[in-house]
Design a protein around this ligand. Structure first.
Ligand code: NAG
Length: 180
C-alpha cells in the first residue's frame, strides 16, 4: 500500500535534486585569470653595482657560484627592459644554491617584489632549477601576494647577457600565472 506522505517527500526530493543540478550546470564556473609578464633580472657578483654575494661553500664564503655547494644571496634589480637604464620595477631577493655536481646548475628560490608600475606592492614567489648552460629553462611560480594572491604558474628564463669572467648576467624571465 502506497503511503501518500512518502510519495510527497519523494517528489520533493526529486524537485530538490533537479534544482541543485540546474544551479550547478547553469551558473558559470569560476574561471582562473591568466597573466603574462616579462621582466629582466640583473645578477652582478662583481663591480660597483654588486647585488649578489656568495656566503658559503666548500671553500668558505668566497667559493665560486660556479662550484657545487656554493650558496649566494641576491638582491637584484628587476627592470622592464634588458638594459640597466630601463625602468626599475622591483627587486629579486633570495637565494641561489649551486646544486649540480658539475657546477652547471643552480637551485633558486627568491621573491620578485614589484615596487613600481602595474604590479606595485605585489610579489611573486619563484622556485626552481636554473640550468644556466641551457638557452631556455623553465621554473615554477609557487605563490604570490597582492595582485598575485593564490597564483600558480611557470616561467621561462633566458640569458640575455652573460659575462662569465666577471660573473655578471642579465636574465629574461617570461612568467605565466593563473589566479582568481
Ligand atoms: C612568453 O612566453 C609565452 C609562452 O609561455 C610566449 O607565447 C610569448 O611569446 C613569450 N613572450 C616573450 C616576450 O618572450
Amino acid at each position: 500500500m502506497a503511503n501518500p506522505l512518502n510519495l510527497t517527500s519523494n517528489s520533493l526530493f526529486f524537485i530538490f535534486t533537479l534544482t541543485i543540478l540546474y544551479v550547478a550546470y547553469t551558473f558559470p564556473r569560476l574561471q582562473p585569470n591568466q597573466t603574462n609578464l616579462v621582466f629582466f633580472v640583473h645578477d652582478h657578483f662583481t663591480g660597483e653595482d654588486t647585488t649578489a654575494a656568495t656566503v658559503a661553500g666548500k671553500t668558505g664564503p668566497t667559493s665560486s657560484i660556479l662550484h657545487f655547494g656554493t650558496v649566494a644571496i641576491v638582491d637584484d634589480p628587476v627592470t622592464d627592459g634588458p638594459t640597466m637604464d630601463s625602468t626599475l620595477i622591483g627587486r629579486a631577493q633570495g637565494v641561489y644554491i649551486n646544486s649540480q655536481l658539475d657546477g652547471k646548475a643552480l637551485f633558486m628560490v627568491f621573491s620578485v617584489i614589484f615596487t613600481t608600475g602595474q604590479y606595485r606592492g605585489s610579489s611573486l614567489e619563484i622556485q626552481g632549477s636554473d640550468i644556466f648552460t641551457m638557452k631556455k629553462r623553465e621554473f615554477g611560480i609557487v605563490s604570490g601576494t597582492g595582485y598575485f594572491r593564490f597564483v600558480k604558474g611557470y616561467g621561462v628564463m633566458e640569458t640575455e647577457f652573460m659575462d662569465l669572467v666577471n660573473l655578471r648576467a642579465t636574465l629574461k624571465l617570461n612568467v605565466t600565472v593563473k589566479h582568481y
